[in-house]
Structure formats: structure tokens, C-alpha cells
Design a protein around this ligand. Structure first.
Ligand code: NAD
Length: 256
């Protein structure tokens, strides 16, 4: 086991990367707080894990929700070793700067970037008192390289990469490690983008997938499991000397 006795909070654990990570962390011995705004999906994840998990309904863009998320975790499990700030959105209607509404910009920033700040803001005092802890943030390939037509998303994920490096420096004296993961395009896009893609023709979707696969050096799209395995590495003692890094999980995409 790679996380024996550890306590982890995973935001956005009702779906995709968050769910796969919750399953994997629990399998490796961790107790997991499944934090998600979607109660049904979050509870499904808990049912898949059993007693080593519990659900908290959390909007990561809310100060009181994220404060409660940390407090209830510590009350329930007695400590907090790992915070995986993973919840995020990728609004299909937020495209170029001119086409992005102020509301979509604000919402993207609030969930993708402020969410990372808020989770960390409440978890860090607990970890500082323990003089140990790990924070992992899900950024994106789009946080390191620009993607056309994704202004708000790229800016929010670039902010996550930058905040990761910044927090790594401030909290290294407490032996708290802070890293982020930058996944490439996943087989399953985020929920909001999936809903949008359902409105497209099957042929257009196949074409999009083919294009990604053809361009990728390893010849396939990323899976939620690929990212969960990277998160497990960063959460475990195997990465004890790694902090402030942005780990690409993109099949070599950005090396092109
Ligand atoms: P997903 O949509 O399958 O899962 C995201 C989860 O976050 C959902 O369960 C959703 O309910 C939850 N969530 C959304 N808003 C929330 C909020 N305000 N508070 C709490 N929970 C909230 O998406 P995913 O693909 O698993 O994405 C996870 C992370 O990976 C996101 O940060 C995303 O930006 C990033 N990412 C995804 C891709 C991709 O292609 N899917 C690529 C790179 C990075």
C-alpha cells in the first residue's frame, strides 16, 4: 500500500479524474473525503469505496463550503494529509476573449482558480500544525500552452500552475509539498463539455477524436486513470523530494 493511514480530500470526486483518484487512493490505504457539488455522483463514488470514504457537498468556489469540507474531514478522520484540488469546469460557450461573457469568465475563475485557493486556504493551517502535508492541484496542458478559443480556461489553469509554484515555496518550511498535474485531452471531456458535444453529430465527434489521436505522440487520448496514477505518485512518499512542479500527463503532446 502506498497511502497507508493517510487522510485525503478530493474535490470533484463524483466524476472523471476525481472519482478514479478516490478509488485508487482508497485502494492504497487512504481514507477519502469525496467532495463534490453533485450529491448523486459524489454518493455513488462513496458507495463504490465503502467505509473508507464519506461525502460532503461542496461548492469549491465558496469560502464557507471549503472551510466546512476541511473541518468535517478533520472531525471525522482526525487529520488531513492530502488535499487534491481537482474540481474544475470548461464551459463550451466561453471561447475567445470577445466571445466570453463576464459571467462565464467569473465562473471559470471562481471554480478553477479561486477553488484551489480556498481549499488550500483552509487545509494549510491543519497541515502547518502537523508539519506535513501534500497538496495536488489539477491544472491542464492548457495552463502551460495556449489553446485557441479557450481564453478563460487557459487563464484559470495558468493561474493554477503559478499558484502551485508559489505555495510550494511558502509552505516548504513546513514540509508541505505542493504540485500540480497538467493532463492533456481526456477520452472523456469534462461534464459541461460532454453535454455540449452531445449536441454535435457523431461524425464530428469521431473526427475530433481522430484528430487528437493522430497528433498525439503516444497515439491515444489521456484517461482518468492515467491522471489518478500521477496523483497517487505525487500524494505518496515516492515523490518526497518533489515540490513546485507541474507534471504533464499528455502522452508527449507538449513535447511536439
Ligand atoms: P468531470 O466534469 O468529469 O468532473 C468534474 C467534477 O467536478 C464533477 O463531479 C463536478 O460535479 C465537480 N464540480 C464542478 N464544479 C464544482 C464545484 N463548483 N464545486 C465542487 N465540485 C464541482 O471532469 P474531469 O475531466 O474529471 O476534470 C477534472 C479536472 O481535470 C478539472 O479541473 C478539469 O479542468 C481538468 N482537466 C480535464 C481535462 C479533460 O479533458 N477532461 C483535461 C485537462 C484537465
Amino acid at each position: 500500500m502506498r497511502l497507508p493511514g493517510k487522510v485525503a480530500i478530493i474535490t470533484g470526486a463524483g466524476s472523471g479524474i476525481g472519482r478514479e483518484s478516490a478509488l485508487l487512493f482508497a485502494q492504497e490505504g487512504a481514507r477519502v473525503t469525496v467532495a463534490d457539488i453533485n450529491e448523486k455522483m459524489g454518493r455513488e463514488t462513496v458507495d463504490m469505496i465503502g467505509e473508507a470514504a464519506f461525502f460532503i457537498k461542496v461548492d469549491v468556489s465558496s469560502w464557507p463550503d471549503t472551510k466546512r469540507m476541511v473541518a468535517e474531514t478533520v472531525e471525522r478522520w482526525g487529520r488531513l494529509d492530502i488535499l487534491f484540488n481537482n474540481a474544475g469546469i470548461d464551459l463550451p460557450q466561453a471561447t475567445t476573449v470577445v466571445e466570453t461573457s463576464e459571467a462565464d469568465w467569473d465562473r471559470t475563475m471562481a471554480i478553477n482558480l479561486t477553488g484551489v485557493f480556498l481549499g488550500s486556504r483552509h487545509a494549510l493551517p491543519v497541515m502547518m500544525a502537523q508539519r506535513s502535508g501534500v497538496i495536488i492541484n489539477t491544472a491542464s496542458r492548457a495552463g502551460l500552452a495556449a489553446t485557441p478559443g479557450e481564453a478563460a480556461y487557459c487563464a484559470s489553469k495558468g493561474g493554477v500552475v503559478s499558484l502551485t509554484r508559489q505555495m510550494a515555496l511558502d509552505y516548504a518550511p513546513y514540509q508541505i509539498r505542493v504540485n500540480c498535474i497538467c493532463p492533456g485531452a481526456l477520452e472523456k471531456p469534462t461534464l459541461d463539455r460532454r453535454q455540449f458535444l452531445q449536441t454535435q453529430s457523431a461524425a464530428a465527434l469521431d473526427l475530433r477524436k481522430e484528430k487528437f489521436i493522430q497528433l498525439n505522440p503516444l497515439g491515444r487520448l489521456c484517461t482518468a486513470k492515467d491522471v489518478a496514477k500521477a496523483a497517487l505518485f505525487l500524494a505518496s512518499a515516492e515523490s518526497a523530494y518533489i515540490t513546485g512542479t507541474a507534471l504533464l500527463v499528455d502522452g508527449g503532446d507538449l513535447a511536439l
